[in-house]
Design a protein around this ligand. Structure first.
Ligand SMILES: [Zn+2]
Length: 129
């Protein structure tokens, strides 16, 4: 139920912003790093549960995956890592190595978890045809 607490935090953080929005929130676009061990499906249903009875009720949680990218301090390589096995994702935090020189690398992206933007339906949108 880790997803549930994540969703609760998300909704709590969003509510003050949502209060200032003139219109109906129809979508919440969440950026999720590839390294985040969170089930999209559980996160979406937790979000629906938590947002019930709030102005976010009915909004769709849309999860956009942020791929892992690294920077190597040894050879200067920057970019994606070749492949991280699914097993590593599920059982431990994988140690990432440089695809060029096999040194340990610094992770630049892949741990994100933040709301990127909101989709709002304003009354104006429904006026013209
Ligand atoms: Zn390297």
């Amino acid at each position: 139920m880790h997803e549930y607490s994540v969703a609760a935090e998300l909704v709590n953080a969003l509510l003050p912003q949502v209060a200032a929005v003139d219109g109906q929130i129809v979508g919440v676009i969440l950026k999720k790093g590839e390294m985040r061990i969170l089930s999209d499906h559980s996160l979406i249903s937790a979000f629906e549960m938590v947002s019930e009875g709030t102005p976010l009720q009915g909004a769709r949680l849309i999860i956009e995956l942020v791929p892992v990218s690294v920077s190597c301090l040894t050879c200067g390589y920057q970019g994606a890592v070749e492949h991280v096995s699914d097993d590593a994702f599920h059982f431990s935090v994988p140690i990432l190595t440089c695809p060029k020189c096999q040194s340990e690398v610094e992770m630049k992206t892949g741990r994100e978890l933040y709301v990127d933007r909101l989709t709002v339906r304003t009354p104006m949108d429904t006026d013209g045809g």
